[in-house]
Design a protein around this ligand. Structure first.
Ligand code: P6P
Length: 337
């Protein structure tokens, strides 16, 4: 009997990856499966969000008599819960947590990895039904296995990431993750309740025609950034200009679109916020890892995002990320002495 192997679930894919690497312990595969499980639970709640008024607003009791939590707190608790009770993670950092949480139990202390999360990025868009997402970053711990994880495990530069990914809760729910072996996308098949491989070996087009930036901050951007944005707007046969401007205001949605179609996303520093708005450790580093593995580039305007030495879990950074040739065009304007 021939088994239909065409539809490969996330679990089957991660197990296949493990079989291809006999020396692998399976911890990373297990960690990714845990994240997939939590993502499915968040998917269910996010898709009910429109009904929250019927079920009761966050902070109230719903019809089942349960306290309705804010969705980003709910998402944080789901990811923290599956990882704390799994066997592959020694602790997490999260946008929703003031400081890192070290799991410090016998099993977790034996784990090789720590994770950083933005559990529900763009959650302010939920009320207007705009796509939102979860972003995650995975590091091998540098502290001694067998003992509790330590703060330095979480403050490693992005070039030390073992894996990174995101979940986009949009027209469909997709989980995209990258390892050193490449970038793969899985779409949630609700008929079987599994993420199934839908976008194998994602490559970011080296050129695109979409630029994403918040024009409302235009006059607060550096002069060279404003010059590049003007280049994007000009008719020019040499670069295919003018480009199309698309800005959803949800990083996961904007960067995912550019990863698939080609494009550049910018959240520059402004006069009010010289470091920009986006967080290095659980927004910019994971996306920089993914986009670089797909053939694109990501900088803070001066250096590779992945080479920034972190000092705080919640530090912010300007971000320029996307198609290689568009990033080169940006740098030809903004990085000249
Ligand atoms: P602005 C959402 O709040 C977020 O953190 C990112 O997802 C998004 O790219 C950015 O902020 C949008 O910020 O200032 O343009 O509204």
């Amino acid at each position: 009997m021939v088994i239909n192997r065409k539809i490969q679930t996330l679990d089957e894919f991660t197990i296949q990856q493990m079989r291809d690497f006999p020396q692998a312990t399976g911890e990373l595969s297990g960690l990714l499966r845990d994240i997939g499980l939590a993502a499915k639970r968040v998917h269910v709640e996010v898709n009910k969000a429109g009904l929250v008024d019927i079920l009761g607003d966050a902070g109230t009791m719903n019809v089942q008599g349960e306290e309705v939590k804010k969705l980003d707190v709910f998402a944080n608790n789901q990811f923290m819960g599956v990882l704390r009770h799994g066997i592959s993670c020694a602790g997490i950092g999260s946008e929703e947590l003031d400081d890192v949480v070290i799991f410090d139990d016998e099993i977790s202390n034996q784990s090789k990895y720590v994770c950083l999360f933005d559990p529900l990025d763009g959650s302010s868009n939920i009320d207007v039904n705009v796509s939102i997402g979860t972003i995650f970053s995975i590091y091998r711990r540098v502290s001694e296995k067998g003992k509790p994880a330590r703060k330095e495990d979480f403050l490693q530069p992005g070039n030390k990431q073992v894996a990174a990914g995101y979940v986009i809760y949009g027209s469909s729910t997709m989980l995209v993750y990258a390892t050193r072996r490449g970038v793969n996308g899985f779409t949630l098949d609700q008929a079987i309740g599994e993420f199934t491989l839908s976008h194998p070996d994602i490559k970011c087009p080296e050129k695109g025609k979409i630029y994403s930036v918040n024009h409302g901050n235009f006059f607060q951007y550096d002069e060279k950034v404003r010059e590049y944005i003007t280049v994007c707007q000009k008719k020019d046969k040499t670069n295919g200009g003018p480009y199309t401007q698309r800005y959803i205001g949800s990083m996961v949605a904007d960067v995912h679109r550019n990863l698939i179609k080609g494009g550049i996303f910018m959240y520059p520093g402004t006069t009010d916020k010289p470091k920009g708005k986006l967080r290095l450790m659980y927004e910019c580093n994971p996306f920089a890892f993914i986009v670089e593995k797909a053939g694109g580039k990501a900088t803070n305007g001066q250096i590779r995002i992945l080479d920034v030495e972190p000092t705080d879990v919640h530090q912010r950074t300007p971000l320029f990320i996307g198609s290689r040739l568009m990033m080169d065009e940006l740098e030809s304007i903004t990085m000249v002495p």
